[in-house]
Design a protein around this ligand. Structure first.
Ligand code: FMN
Length: 217
């Protein structure tokens, strides 16, 4: 395996919002291929209770985007819904750019040609930590693989969850059975340009604990 190519893919797959090309249609066969790749991810007990709902219908995308926009308005207008950092923290410095990009997405989501909703069988409202980790852990790796698979095909997306503030309304639009949990909403489109770079993140050493919490190398 080409380590440099794999590292490049893993370190430069960004949340793409403003650079999603709303004017170019997406080939359904490419979406199907990326889902096929995603299904190589692990699932708890090899249960494979996953599903990907692919929405191209304009009225349904408009419905989902309406829910998303309402949720984004509540999120953006309420600082208590977002983690707060001191002014010198890297994450505080990145926040204005992320919010600007996220605002664009909230305004244009209905125009993005494909919305993909990764779903998993099971509900965890009343479940303990093992069941919660197992249910979400059985769809999130596949969803991220799907995002990675889009990248070399010239497509991009951003992980989003805000529409889940109105989860039941979204489930009605999608015709989901009551036993199914939505994990995200991935707006997919061709990407303008390809010069993505690694993001600035908190240092790995600070976040790596050797043998006991708080022991760093
Ligand atoms: C669980 C989760 C939920 C997220 N929800 C949203 C969302 O609703 N809307 C959005 O625009 N971005 C959302 N994001 C994307 C993050 O804002 C994004 O990953 C972060 O800004 C870092 O940018 P990068 O992925 O380009 O490094 C979410 C990411 C995760 C992991």
């Amino acid at each position: 395996m080409d380590v440099a190519a794999a590292d490049h893919l893993l370190t430069t797959t960004r949340s793409v919002r403003k650079r999603l090309d709303v004017s170019r249609p997406v080939d359904p066969a490419v979406i199907e291929r990326c889902i096929e790749i995603a299904l190589q991810a692990p699932t708890g007990s090899n249960a494979q209770g996953w599903s990907f709902v692919v929405v191209t219908d304009a009225a349904k995308r408009k419905g989902l985007a309406g829910l998303y926009k309402r949720a984004f308005g509540l999120y953006a207008g309420n600082t208590e819904m977002r983690p707060q950092y001191s002014a010198d923290d890297l994450r505080a410095q990145q926040m204005p750019r992320v919010l600007d990009s996220a605002t664009w997405l909230a305004t244009h989501l209905h125009e993005i040609p494909v919305h993909v909703i990764p779903c998993i069988e099971g509900r965890i409202e009343n479940a303990g930590p093992l069941a919660q980790a197992s249910v979400y852990g059985s769809i999130l790796p596949a969803a991220w693989s799907f995002m990675l698979a889009l990248r070399p095909r010239g497509l991009g997306t951003a992980w989003t969850t805000l529409h889940l503030m109105f989860e039941q309304e979204a489930a009605a639009i999608l015709g989901l059975p009551a036993t199914v949990t939505q994990a995200a909403l991935l707006p997919v489109a061709h990407v303008k340009g390809s010069d993505f770079k690694p993001a600035k993140r908190l240092p790995a050493r600070r976040l790596t604990h050797w043998n006991t919490w708080g022991t760093h190398r």
